[in-house]
Design a binder for this molecule. Structure first.
Ligand code: ZN
Length: 346
């Protein structure tokens, strides 16, 4: 089968032939329909996830697929099921790391991967959904959409009428704007560094877009909304400059949530950090996937989708094939995309 493999740190992925191995207890073979590309994979390519010692390895952690075969002990899914593939642990067995054959050698890989035609995954990294679940929605529920909803609701605890700023309008940022809208946030401020993101983020539901490459965020907030501070800020960039500029904009008692990871070894400076004690005191918190619990949250979000309260319109900006993956990763790296989906089979 075809797969995109990380062979070297800071190098393009190799799209090549990979062999499958027999399923072990707790493992499921999934035929992948669609996969998302997450910022987290950029971190892996840069070797920032402690993964350099496991090369070569398969990639991807957000997908939608069909169960092709099951190993011993599997009770939560059956052949033919449509499943969300997620990196957060759900219910079911936690299996060993799967093995694949690449260039004649056995390689190990993560317990869920999605940049390939088939994947061997642990039962607890997939959740069955109804067959009529759209493939795109099914994939986004694996990471970006679920992380966004969890971040806004569980971590930032946004209440209707509260102001929210989303820093970064990439694959996660666009989902966060949707999630903030569903939570009734107002106003929703989107910040990025590209002018071409203005129209799409406003169309997604942001009330104001600030191009931080050319505009001063504090000045625009004052001028356009007559506010100095924001009640919740979610940063998806992890960039030093962005964190230093936006943490001081948090209101007293506000919640600042880091979803994007700063580079290992990076120092963030806060001028006059005394402001952290404003009001009831400010919270700065790093989140792991918004506290997303696949077995609980996926059925809940599907209901929300069916009710019409949740839609994914405008979130997906590009569809690519597995052969085009390196170009797609470049778009994510340059901040030029919303969510990109890889169409693998149908
Ligand atoms: Zn992700």
């Amino acid at each position: 089968m075809k797969a995109a493999i990380l062979e070297q740190i800071n190098a393009p992925l190799t799209v090549g032939e990979v062999g499958l191995t027999d399923l072990k207890a707790g493992q499921v073979l999934v035929k992948i329909l669609v996969s998302g590309i997450c910022g987290s994979q950029l971190q892996e390519i840069a070797g920032n996830k402690g993964n350099a010692k496991f090369l070569p390895h398969l990639m991807g952690h957000e997908g939608c697929g069909i169960v092709e075969d099951i190993g011993e002990g599997i009770t939560r899914v059956k052949k033919g099921d449509k499943v969300v593939m997620h990196w957060r642990k759900g219910e079911g067995l936690e299996a060993d790391f799967p093995s694949y054959i690449f260039k004649g050698k056995t390689i190990k890989s993560g317990k869920v991967t999605t940049f390939s035609e088939y994947s061997i995954v642990s039962e607890n990294r997939i959740t069955s959904v109804p067959q009529d679940t759209p493939n795109e929605l099914c994939a986004l529920l694996g990471c970006s959409l679920s992380t966004a909803l969890g971040t806004i609701n569980n971590e930032a605890r946004v209440k209707p009428g509260e102001s929210v700023m989303i820093v970064g309008a990439g694959g996660l940022g666009v989902n966060l704007i949707k999630a903030a809208k569903i939570a009734g946030a107002s106003p929703i401020i989107s910040v990025d560094i590209h002018e071409h993101k203005r129209e799409p983020t406003l169309a997604l539901g942001a009330d104001l877009y600030i191009n931080a490459a050319v505009e001063n965020i504090a000045e625009v907030l004052q001028k356009e909304l007559n506010i100095k501070n924001v009640q919740s800020i979610v940063d998806t960039s992890g960039a030093k400059q962005s964190l230093e500029a936006t943490i001081p904009l948090l209101t007293g008692g506000g919640r600042y949530i880091l979803v994007g990871q700063p580079k290992p070894g990076e120092t963030i400076e806060l001028k006059n950090a005394y402001h952290l004690f404003d009001g009831e005191g400010k919270t700065i918190k790093a989140t792991q996937g918004g506290g997303f619990l696949p077995s609980v949250d996926i059925p809940k979000y599907l209901k929300l989708y069916k009710s019409g309260a949740l839609n994914i319109e405008g979130v997906i900006t590009h569809h690519v094939t597995l052969d085009e993956i390196n170009d797609a990763i470049d778009l994510v790296r340059k901040g030029l995309a919303g969510r990109i989906l890889i169409d693998i089979s149908s």
